[in-house]
Structure formats: structure tokens, C-alpha cells
Design a protein around this ligand. Structure first.
Ligand code: NSP
Length: 219
């Protein structure tokens, strides 16, 4: 039997398997799935992540602008609509529940991994390249789906924990992740070797930053 060819997205994930595993099996993930994250840790995480979301929305906008098909633009725009509605209102409700101040919602002091992630997304956003945007988008959503799918028990009782899990493991989200991966594989197939190398570097840097983003919560 001949082996199936490895897709570009699988190849990239294999390149950074250690960081991928460390992030998806992180202490924060274990505690989130068990519903036992310390409220101070959850607050710190969500405050930093809201600043990540800002750059992420800009990155989705760039993917829409640089996509090579109308159908791709439509699919990304639908996903962007989910982020700016259901996901954004989750943050607002979670901030209310956790007593997060206005200053921390909109202008917190950035942790180093947050600032580094913003810089990475800004580079991908400004690159004028669909494959570069996709490389970072695929990490952000595939890695999150991977940890959310590790859940074997019931959802935690607290909505702050439960909804953050279900936002990253539901039928629509899982379909988006599969689609983003297939778009990355397709766009990489149409890109030059130099573009593929840039996309691979963005991908591996993003995986390392996902790990650092969780690590800093316990530093
Ligand atoms: C840092 C980070 N990476 C990914 C995701 C999933 N959208 C997120 N909310 N935050």
C-alpha cells in the first residue's frame, strides 16, 4: 500500500510538534476543561486574549482582501461575523461576570506573548498574501479546536469556562477549521517556494506563541 501524501498543513504541524503538544496539553487547558481555572488566571487570560482578538479581526479582513475567489471571501466573512458577534459578546459577558474594569477591557498592559502575537498578526495582515494570512489563521483555530476536542467529561458548570470550550468545539467551528486547512493546502500549492517558506515560518512562530500565551499565565 502506498502512503497518502502529507498535506502542507500536516507537514507544518509536524515541524512544530513539541510546541503544538505543549500548548494543546497545557495546564491551562486541563484546568479549563475541568472547570477549575483560578478566576484570577481566567481574568488575566481573557483580558490578554481580547487584545489578541483585535488583531485577529484585522487578519481576517486581510484574508478576505487577499483571497483568490469570491467563495473564499464569503466563507471568511461568515466566520468573521461569528467572531464579531457570538465571540465578542462572550467576552463582554465574561468580563461582567469576572468584574473586569473598562481599562482592562480596552487598554490593558500587554503581556509579552500578546504583544508578540499582535506583531506577528500585523506582519501577516500587511503581507498582501493569502497564504501568509491562512498560515496564522489555521494555527489559531486548529490548535484551539484540538485542545477543545480533548474534553471527555461534561462541560464545566460556569459559562465562562463552558462557552470558551464550546466556541472552539462545535459543528460550525470544526467545519471552518477543516475548510481553513484545505484553503491553506490549496493556496500553498499555488504559491512560490519562497512564499511557502514565509508561510511555514509564520506557522511555526504562531504555534510557539500559542504555547507562550498559556505559559505566561503561570509565570
Ligand atoms: C491566542 C489565541 N489563539 C487562538 C484563539 C482562537 N481564536 C484565541 N482566541 N486566542
Amino acid at each position: 500500500m502506498t502512503d497518502l501524501p502529507v498535506s502542507f498543513s500536516d507537514e507544518l504541524r509536524n515541524l512544530c510538534a513539541d510546541d503544538w503538544r505543549a500548548a494543546t496539553e497545557h495546564r491551562f487547558v486541563d484546568e479549563l476543561l475541568a472547570g477549575t481555572v483560578d478566576p484570577d488566571v481566567m481574568r488575566a487570560y481573557l483580558v490578554q486574549d481580547y487584545q489578541f482578538i483585535d488583531g485577529f479581526v484585522a487578519l481576517l479582513g486581510s484574508a478576505i482582501a487577499n483571497a483568490d475567489h469570491f467563495a473564499s471571501r464569503l466563507a471568511i466573512a461568515r466566520f468573521l461575523a461569528m467572531i464579531t458577534s457570538d465571540e465578542n459578546t462572550y467576552f463582554v459577558r465574561a468580563f461582567d461576570a469576572l468584574g473586569v474594569s473598562e481599562a482592562d477591557r480596552f487598554a490593558p498592559q500587554l503581556a509579552a506573548p500578546t504583544a508578540d502575537f499582535q506583531a506577528l498578526m500585523a506582519r501577516a495582515t500587511a503581507g498582501g498574501s493569502y497564504v501568509r494570512c491562512l498560515a496564522v489563521l489555521v494555527v489559531a483555530e486548529w490548535l484551539y479546536m484540538s485542545w477543545a476536542q480533548r474534553r471527555t467529561g461534561p462541560l464545566p458548570a460556569d459559562f465562562v469556562h463552558a462557552e470558551w470550550i464550546t466556541l472552539h468545539d462545535n459543528a460550525y467551528f470544526n467545519e471552518v477549521v477543516g475548510w481553513l486547512r484545505s484553503e491553506l493546502d490549496r493556496a500553498a500549492g499555488n504559491a512560490s517556494e519562497a512564499e511557502r517558506e514565509i508561510a511555514a515560518a509564520l506557522f511555526t512562530e504562531a504555534v510557539a506563541l500559542e504555547r507562550a500565551f498559556f505559559d505566561h499565565l503561570y509565570a
